[in-house]
Write a protein that binds this ligand. Structure first.
Ligand code: NAD
Ligand code: MG
Length: 394
């Protein structure tokens, strides 16, 4: 039996998750119609993607690049309409014909379109964890109201989702579950002596041992802030208290996470560290699609290790847990501060060790409120960015 194709939007199509998503779409052209794609600044890549995939719309969120992109597209003689500016991201996600949105923007810049997607009742395939860390409260309650399905693409959360029964709906507390265990590769500095941390360069931090990813998440993986953000992400997606969310360092990145059930059973999802596996599971909405990923050969690996995380070496993981306990806007404050400090580190303005130090200072300086509205979060964003920048300079 043939099904009609799903109408899809990809936010952040020019990035690493965008690449993996488009790779799967290209393998299943009969299953997906690309309604729209977005990118921030990469005009050449957006042009190439339009030429190859012929989407209905392309959005360049940096408005100043509109003319350049529009000229390229008009030279191609394709039907793609060119839009520019941040607010058009919301436009494409909420078009009536759209079924599902892949949220693959990096950072809280993705928060507004993610919220708009969920409010419009569309399926949200979420890679953009920062959007959920900042606006988890608003996103999850909007999803409950509109009955929008959220499907996690982040490999750990996708693994947990795969281990839960088919009837499970993201946002509910899963039944009969004692704990979830997020695995962490430990990043490139797991075994590095802490005394050497202040000399770590952005190039070293971006060279992840197992995964090939964007720069921001690579640095987050090196500080273990990525795992901290993922604990917060799990807290929102699976509606579980923080003491039921554990982290195990698992350097081989073969087991992507585990669910511990009340009867003593542990279920895990295993696979090559290839994002096409979780993304294809999301795109297929539970029906498995070929993804191009290899099946793992366990005999080649032999053994798998699990180690307690080192909170002393990686204080960002502790900060993330603390921010859940503080509640309210604390998670948003931590995430926003972290975006600014990671950018400063990537631009050689601060040493690696300052990332955690400044994040902690910002959390101590900003007063934490209950989350009430998107406007409140947008104001907080401005306040925290400016405070963090001051702390970076001083
Ligand atoms: P990336 O840097 O490769 O791509 C980011 C995308 O976001 C690009 O398309 C870029 O144009 C767009 N973008 C950047 N700034 C923007 C802005 N201000 N406004 C609008 N668009 C903007 O990042 P990535 O590695 O693909 O990661 C994307 C998201 O997925 C992140 O939240 C990351 O944490 C998450 N994620 C990534 C991986 C991975 O393997 N890469 C795994 C799990 C989760
Ligand atoms: Mg992950």
């Amino acid at each position: 039996m043939s099904h009609s194709p799903k109408n899809l939007v990809i936010l952040g199509a020019t990035g690493s998750i965008g690449d993996s998503t488009l790779d799967i779409i290209a393998r299943h052209p009969e299953k997906f119609d690309l309604v729209a794609i977005s990118g921030h600044k990469n005009v050449d890549k957006l042009t190439k993607l339009c030429e190859k995939f012929n989407p209905g719309y392309v959005v360049i969120s940096d408005e100043s690049l509109y003319l350049q992109l529009a000229e390229n597209i008009s030279n191609l003689n394709i039907k793609t309409k060119v839009l520019a500016g941040e607010s058009e991201l919301e436009t494409i996600c909420t078009l009536p014909e759209v079924d599902m949105v892949v949220a693959a923007i990096v950072g809280s810049a993705g928060m507004k379109p993610v919220l708009a997607t969920v409010k419009a009742g569309k399926d949200l395939l979420l890679a953009n964890k920062e959007a959920l860390v900042v606006a988890g409260d608003l996103v999850m309650s909007a999803a409950r109201e509109s009955q929008s399905n959220i499907i996690p693409l982040d490999s750990e959360h996708n693994a947990i989702y795969q281990c839960l029964p088919d009837s499970y709906i993201v946002g509910e507390t899963p039944r009969s579950v004692d704990k979830i265990i997020l695995t962490a590769s430990g990043g490139p500095f797991w075994n590095k002596p802490i005394e050497e941390f202040s000399h770590i360069t952005p190039e070293q931090a971006c060279a992840h041992p197992n995964w090939d990813m964007g720069k921001k998440i690579s640095v987050d993986s090196a500080t273990l802030m990525n795992k901290g953000l993922e604990v917060i992400e799990a807290y929102w997606l699976f509606n579980m208290p923080i003491n039921q969310i554990d982290v195990h360092v698992h350097p081989q990145s073969i087991i992507h996470s585990l669910v511990c059930f009340k009867d003593g059973s542990l279920l895990a999802q295993l696979g090559e560290p290839d994002m096409r596996i979780p993304i294809s599971y999301g795109l297929g909405l539970g029906n498995r699609l070929t993804s191009g990923a290899k099946t793992i050969n366990l005999l080649e690996h032999g053994k798998l290790d699990f180690i307690e995380p080192d909170y002393h070496k990686f204080p960002c993981l502790r900060l993330a847990r603390d921010s859940i306990e503080s509640g309210g806007t604390a998670m948003a404050v931590l995430n926003i501060a972290n975006e600014v400090v990671v950018d400063a580190f990537l631009n050689h303005k601060i040493p690696f060790t300052s990332i955690a130090e400044i994040n902690q200072k910002v959390l101590e300086h900003v007063s934490i409120e209950p989350v009430s509205s998107l406007e409140q979060l947008l104001e907080l964003d401005i306040e925290v960015r400016s405070l963090t920048s001051q702390l970076i300079v001083n």
